[in-house]
Design a protein around this ligand. Structure first.
Ligand code: ATP
Ligand code: MG
Length: 328
């Protein structure tokens, strides 16, 4: 069972990333053979960015992942741009990717309207590069949040179309979405997902936020009408808080509803804030220890890139051959 997932080097990862993706990555280390995790810096250039900041953010993200429990000896942790096979395979796969489909992708639509100066073609091609990321490793399983469902469907179609045209070379991956916390919502606008690029600072809890900031954001979280602490489509704010607390306490949403049956919104929000602070504290501490040693972080990434290159180059050689190019 090969597991693959990518995460953007925005550095300031939020609770949605942590619950929807990072905790799954950590769990995947025991099941994956191997579990491969990629910091997707090539994806980060699809929107305006600063080169110097990007370099820093890759190291921030590496440190967060290791602080959260990824062990570079037990998984493959690397930087996407270190393995050139991703870009080559992206181009090769573009030949079996339908343009209309890319154009209709929700993420492309949302992110392109947010651009002031330039909607880059990279933003449109984003899902093709993402397909290349996964397919290069012939991964079976892709742990991601709910927002990635559409991209996963596309990469499955790309793999199927490629195999239909050129023979059974690629593995069609399955997605793995967590039972609880697949879509952590913005604390201020619970109708939308917590996002790095959309929504307000107050609605987004960062893994590395100071405890006081986390508590404040939860205290001010937007709740719904009524007074009951229960989940429901009519209660997106409270449902979100129940799920977050269930994950932080490693219990079920049902158990949280039971425990807070007689509580009021205000006390409940305080309890969620405190639980999240406690849950994230060790990650924040380890991050502080790890982040300053950049040479060590670079060594970790170099080790990962070496292992990744070995797998990806094998796939790309097979793809090149069946597509009519010289075998490398
Ligand atoms: P952006 O909003 O710019 O796309 P992002 O916050 O989605 O950024 P990514 O690096 O694109 O961050 O996502 C990393 C992982 O986190 C992906 O697997 C994604 O599905 C997951 N994820 C992102 N937001 C949430 C969320 N609100 N709830 C659960 N999982 C999420
Ligand atoms: Mg995203």
């Amino acid at each position: 069972m090969r597991i693959f997932s990518g995460i953007q080097p925005t550095g300031r990862k939020h609770l949605g990333n942590y619950i929807g993706a990072i905790t799954q990555y950590v769990a995947g280390q025991d099941r994956g053979d191997p579990a491969i995790y990629c910091i997707v810096d090539l994806h980060a250039i699809t929107v305006p960015y600063e080169p110097e900041v990007l370099r820093e953010r890759v190291l921030d993200t590496t440190a967060i992942l290791v602080a959260a429990g990824l062990d570079p000896a037990r998984c493959v942790l690397f930087r996407q741009s270190d393995v050139r096979e991703h870009t080559e395979l992206c181009w090769l796969l573009s030949s079996v990717t339908e343009l209309g489909r890319l154009n209709r992708m929700h993420q492309f639509r949302d992110k392109s309207v947010a651009q002031r100066d330039l909607v880059s073609s990279g933003l449109l091609m984003y899902p093709v590069l993402q397909a290349a990321d996964v397919l290069a490793y012939r991964a079976h399983e892709v742990p991601v949040g709910e927002d990635q469902r559409e991209h996963l469907e596309l990469m499955r179609d790309v793999a199927e179309r490629f195999n239909a045209r050129h023979g059974d070379v690629l593995v069609v991956p399955e997605h793995r979405i967590p039972q609880v916390g697949a879509r952590v919502r913005d604390l201020q606008e619970p109708d939308r997902k917590m996002s790095t690029t959309a929504g307000s600072e107050q609605g987004r809890v960062y893994v590395l936020d100071e405890p006081a900031a986390i508590e404040k954001k939860f205290k001010r979280a937007v709740t719904d009408s009524g007074t009951e602490i229960r989940r429901g489509d009519d209660k997106p704010g409270i449902t979100n808080l129940i799920e977050i607390l269930a994950v932080a306490r490693e219990t079920t949403p049902e158990e949280i509803e039971r425990a807070f049956a007689d509580s009021r919104y205000g006390d409940f929000k305080v309890a969620v804030g405190e639980a999240v602070v406690e849950w994230l504290a060790p990650v924040r501490e380890r991050y502080a220890e790890l982040r300053h040693d950049e040479a060590q972080l670079e060594d970790m990434l170099a080790l990962g890139a070496e292992k990744a290159r070995e797998m990806a180059s094998e796939t790309v050689a097979d793809v090149r051959e069946v597509m009519g190019f010289a075998r490398t």
